[in-house]
Design a protein around this ligand. Structure first.
Ligand SMILES: NC(=O)c1ccc[n+]([C@@H]2O[C@H](COP(=O)([O-])OP(=O)(O)OC[C@H]3O[C@@H](n4cnc5c(N)ncnc54)[C@H](O)[C@@H]3O)[C@@H](O)[C@H]2O)c1
Length: 361
């Protein structure tokens, strides 16, 4: 069977990651087109990655018959519109995290894809990260007895592009940007149980001049069966990306640091090209990673999604997954605003963006 033709919407950070990842496991999919609005960007991306089709308007790309599935690597506030347009054009959709801004959008996206008979795939790469997959395999085997607590943290020194800092485009701060990974991770790791309650502590410690959003977030999720997920996020950690998990059961525990252990303790007085995502310096002691995309699970994720399109696998992360995360995000922002735990389900209507539930509870 032929490779799944992928069209990427966006041409910068995550778009580069997706194109590189598809090429890393090339037997199932191929990037055939890219769409990006800034003049010259799609062309430059196409040249960089050897992509045949380039467009400035993603709606033109949706008419390209080579494109069977799109990957939305555009800012959060555009995810819903692009998904719905793609579904109507009969294209399968991979949506980057977070799924969208509002729960209404999430429902519309799911509905549009269902009606069009296309897949809505939610790009949570932590479900494919080899270290985390190994931890889950051991947990599912019973290695730790009854797992009652799972922690995930993702922290760095703040996003690279301006739109992340604008809550009207991003929907929120570090919790929205990074916490969506931890919410999905804890839920997935514990077997996708129903969420009972959510508690969050949010603050803007360092970047109040740049954003109305949170730059420090701690979220506690209580699941059915009284298991607990704890998620820690920050946009205030210089020194490069930190992504790690801890798993605790009555018979054991495991810890995994996504990037350490896949890095070389390195000292350089003159510096060099690249160490790790968001690291501001390569001088002195640094920890350059190898196989960075692979460690996160991006190539494996894209391979899985392509196989889902061909009916060879069943999606382990879809629109419903993104909606679960979205509802927890709502509850976490509301919890921080009200200073108390929020019982689930929690789906207030008419909220413009999750961060409003914190700012104007
Ligand atoms: N899974 C992950 O770990 C991960 C990592 C980074 C980003 N992301 C997600 O990917 C998405 C993109 O983030 P990024 O870091 O690549 O941002 P970015 O700012 O680096 O790139 C955004 C791209 O979207 C394009 N764009 C803007 N408006 C557009 C429009 N109307 N139509 C088409 N393209 C448009 C921009 O031109 C740019 O190429 C976000 O939702 C982000 O949360 C996920």
């Amino acid at each position: 069977m032929t490779k799944v033709g992928v069209g990427i919407v966006g041409s910068r950070f995550q778009a580069d990651c997706i194109a590189t990842s598809v090429k890393a496991l090339p037997e199932e999919a191929e990037v055939v087109a890219v769409a990006s609005p800034t003049a010259g960007n799609a062309e430059a991306f196409a040249k960089r990655h050897g992509v045949a089709g380039c467009y400035t308007d993603y709606r033109e790309m949706l008419r390209d018959p080579r494109v069977e599935m799109i990957s939305i690597s555009a800012p959060n506030y555009l995810h819903a519109r692009i998904t719905i347009d793609a579904a109507r054009a009969g294209k399968h959709v991979i949506c980057e995290k977070p799924l969208c801004i509002t729960l209404e959008e999430a429902d519309e996206m799911i509905d549009a894809c269902r009606k069009a008979g296309v897949l809505l795939l939610y790009a949570e790469e932590l479900f494919f990260a080899p270290k985390y997959v190994k931890a889950k395999q051991m947990a599912d085997e019973g290695a730790f007895g009854r797992v009652h607590l799972v922690k995930q943290g993702e922290k760095h020194n703040g996003p690279h592009a301006d739109w992340f800092w604008d809550v009207n485009k991003s929907g929120g701060g570090a919790l929205m940007d990074l916490g969506c990974h931890g919410i999905a991770f804890c839920w997935w790791f514990l077997g996708k149980p129903r969420v009972k309650s959510v508690y969050a502590q949010l603050s803007t410690q360092v970047h109040a001049d740049r954003t109305e959003g949170d730059d420090e977030a701690i979220t506690i999720i209580e699941f059915e069966n009284d298991t607990v997920g704890v998620i820690e996020n920050s946009w205030n950690r210089p020194g490069g990306m930190d992504d790690s998990i801890e798993v605790f059961g009555d018979k054991g525990q495991t810890y995994a640091d996504m990037l350490m252990g896949n890095a070389l303790p390195t000292y350089s007085e003159v510096g060099f090209g690249y160490a790790v995502e968001k690291a501001s310096s390569t001088r002195g002691w640094t920890y350059p990673v190898f196989e960075e995309h692979w460690n996160y699970g991006f190539p494996q994720e894209m391979r899985h999604f392509a196989r889902c399109v061909r009916g060879k696998e069943t999606p382990i992360s879809d629109g419903e997954t993104g909606r679960v995360v979205q509802e927890v995000l709502y509850a976490a922002y509301a919890s921080a605003g009200l200073g108390r735990k929020i019982e689930m389900p929690f789906a207030p209507k008419g909220i413009a963006k999750p961060v409003d539930l914190w700012k104007r509870p």
